[in-house]
Design a protein around this ligand. Structure first.
Ligand SMILES: NC(=O)c1ccc[n+]([C@@H]2O[C@H](COP(=O)([O-])OP(=O)(O)OC[C@H]3O[C@@H](n4cnc5c(N)ncnc54)[C@H](OP(=O)(O)O)[C@@H]3O)[C@@H](O)[C@H]2O)c1
Length: 236
């Protein structure tokens, strides 16, 4: 619906992404949601456009931005939610693992953010929130984040640099850095050594609330908002 604010949310078929879509719709936004294949959890409506596409391909970003502009007229918020985490000893990483991390975590951010910012610059207004990971700067014994965090740490740095680059153009950049979240990312991997019942995980709502806050916090720019319950304090 024209007249409302519009958000693009990536990888929205499950986990945090699906929670973000529901919350932004409830908050009165139009939403363009991408996922790598048919989105069975969400139903398209006058306020929700569902798109399929590999987040590591430029075309997915082009399609998402075009859908937002053609259907709703603006891009007010981009949430770079797409991301994977490979928890392996450093010496076990393969070139394929590395390429997958770069494609989904870095190229996805690069294509989607660059295209969205070009549109935001036309109106001198916009907000980008990227989901990174608390492990990027708060490592935890027993969780092997080295290669995955090359990408998430890079996204934190990009967020802080972009905040400064576009501070005078009305575009804000912030990141939400979750600890363990109760989503499929951990539930699907029973060998994951981060699975420790004694450790309290964040809920999807904890992460969604942080993103919604940053989306409307007009003077918050270049922040990495950790939502990890100070996890390292309980684990070392
Ligand atoms: N969960 C955590 O504990 C945690 C912690 C720190 C940061 N994060 C970050 O939070 C963001 C959302 O994660 P989540 O926990 O919601 O993840 P998730 O539950 O594992 O997956 C959420 C979405 O990512 C897609 N996805 C999963 N693997 C993929 C792959 N190999 N290629 C492309 N898409 C894939 C899924 O699509 P399909 O339906 O097609 O599988 C799904 O729509 C990510 O950036 C992640 O790095 C999560």
């Amino acid at each position: 619906m024209p007249g409302k604010k519009t958000a693009i949310i990536t990888e929205a078929s499950g986990g945090i992404g699906a929670g973000l879509v529901e919350a932004f719709l409830q908050a009165g936004y139009n939403v363009v949601a991408t996922s790598r294949d048919t989105n069975r959890k969400l139903t398209a409506s006058g306020s929700l456009v569902l798109l399929e596409g590999d987040i590591g391909e430029q075309q997915t970003a082009a399609d998402a931005v075009e859908a937002a502009i053609n259907n709703f007229g603006t891009i007010d918020v981009l949430v770079n939610n797409a991301g994977i985490f490979l928890n392996k000893p450093f010496t076990d990483f393969t070139k394929e693992d590395f390429d997958a991390l770069v494609s989904i975590n870095l190229l996805g951010f690069f294509y989607m953010t660059q295209r969205s910012v070009k549109e935001m610059l036309k109106r001198k207004s916009g907000c980008v929130v990227t989901i990174t990971a608390a492990l990027a700067d708060r490592p935890i014994a027993g969780t092997n984040g080295s290669v995955s965090m090359m990408t998430k740490g890079g996204l934190n740095s990009a967020t802080q640099n972009l905040a400064v680059e576009y501070a005078n153009d009305g575009i804000r950049f912030n990141a939400v850095a979750p600890g363990e979240v109760d989503s499929a990312m951990h539930q699907s991997d029973s060998s994951d050594p981060v699975l420790r019942p004694a450790i309290k995980r964040a809920t999807v709502k904890d992460i969604v609330d942080a993103v919604l806050y940053l989306a409307q916090a007009g003077h918050v720019n270049g922040e990495i908002l950790h939502v990890d319950g100070a996890a390292p304090a309980r684990r070392w």
